[in-house]
Write a protein that binds this ligand. Structure first.
Ligand code: FAD
Length: 350
């Protein structure tokens, strides 16, 4: 039977879900007042990786998602996804040996590269370490642009530029959402509104424990090709986009640098100039975004109540196409993949 799905939020998570659910024959309505491809998604570094997970189940989910990116690229080759690989010159003080041994034992394709190999890969690096880690399967994506591609290419999907005010309930079941353009009914409502999901879920007395640390990135003006890979050092992560601009950040969690974005941006740009040998780097602007981060750091994916499904997470740039595949299978067949087991929202219910 065709299912009517309502998706609240058209960032990279909601839009990737619309694409896979529409493809599987569901009738999808997607709500978002902004139309820009998401809030966090528009402020994201967009590094696709599985290298920072201490928990193996989360590592496996991310590996699945990385493979899902290559699958969805076959359907949508115009997605702004580029498998450029990552050079780990350092990793914010995490010993590279530890990273290599922990992830290597899980089968992550890290390889050690020598001083000369690093210099050949990234000749503009100002300080070439004696050795570094390289991972060729990591990638970069522009999550907000990808969200727009997913949304525009989604079959059986109607996009309405409006917001969900609150969830509609009938007994114990969620039956849709109330919006400024009226009530929208659905068999299943998926909450994919990033940092805003908490407030919307609360209208049906569902709790989503979220932290929302601020992330600061700086962007240079487009320049000729200076770096090829995503590069990590002890105090910076950076990548050069297709348009020639370089995006750089100073942490992955939300540090004091964001408390004063102006001085934080100056500091980041100064680090960038110390890291890349070029007279052509010119500062353009900075962006700030809230990272939708569940309190235990892991994605929230599952149904806490009949008729309601939650898909809220950090690392959505990495996870979106993988989550879209797994959630589509669960919703259309009733089979919940074991990969999702520990990410159910019920883990927060005491
Ligand atoms: C600085 C920064 C760097 C990051 N770097 C990385 C990285 O390198 N790699 C990685 O994998 N992840 C990274 N992330 C995380 C990643 O970007 C997010 O996990 C992802 O973008 C979340 O997507 P989303 O669709 O859930 O949320 P969003 O992109 O925030 O989209 C949610 C949408 O919901 C809409 N909405 C809100 N309220 C309502 C409502 N009431 N009704 C309807 N719609 C509503 C909003 O308008 C918005 O468009 C980073 C995030 C930040 C901020």
């Amino acid at each position: 039977m065709t299912q009517n799905i309502l998706i609240i939020g058209a960032g990279i998570i909601g839009s990737a879900l619309a694409f896979r659910l529409g493809q599987s024959g569901c009738t999808v309505t997607m709500l978002d007042p902004s139309g820009t491809g998401g809030t966090a998604s528009s402020a994201s570094f967009g590094w696709v990786n599985a290298s920072y997970e201490k928990s193996k189940p989360y590592y496996l989910l991310r590996r699945h998602a990385m493979e899902a990116w290559t699958r969805v690229m076959l359907d949508l080759p115009n997605l702004p996804y580029h498998q450029n690989g990552t050079l780990y010159a350092d990793f914010y003080g995490v010993p590279l040996e530890k990273l290599h041994s922990e992830h290597g034992r899980w089968g992550y394709p890290f390889e050690w590269i020598t001083h000369d190999q690093i210099a050949a890969l990234e000749p503009k690096l100002a300080r070439i370490p004696n050795r570094a880690l390289f991972c060729g399967i990591e990638a970069q994506v522009l999550p907000n642009i990808a969200a727009c591609v997913f949304r525009e290419q989604a079959h059986n999907t109607t996009y309405i530029k409006t917001s969900a005010a609150h969830l509609l309930t009938k007994g114990d079941t969620i039956i849709g959402a109330n919006t400024p353009v009226g009530k929208i009914h659905s068999d299943i409502t998926i909450l994919a509104a990033g940092s805003h999901s908490q407030t919307i879920a609360a209208t049906a007395e569902v709790s989503i424990p979220l932290d929302k640390p601020v992330g600061l990135l700086i962007h240079t003006k487009p320049t000729k090709q200076l770096i090829t890979h995503t590069i990590l050092t002890d105090n910076l992560h950076m990548q050069q986009r297709k348009d020639g601009s370089i995006t750089a950040g100073g942490d992955f969690g939300g540090s004091s640098i964001k408390n004063n974005p102006k001085s934080g941006s100056c500091e980041l740009f100064s680090r960038l100039r110390d890291t890349i040998k070029s007279n052509e780097l010119e500062y353009s602007h900075h962006t700030l975004g809230l990272r939708p981060t569940p309190l235990d750091g892991m994605p929230i994916v599952g149904s806490p109540k009949r008729g309601l499904y939650i898909a809220v997470m950090h690392s959505g740039a990495t996870l979106a196409p993988g989550i879209a595949e797994l959630v589509t299978t669960e919703i259309t067949t009733g089979h919940r993949d074991a990969l999702l087991n520990i990410f159910h929202p019920d883990r927060f219910v005491s």
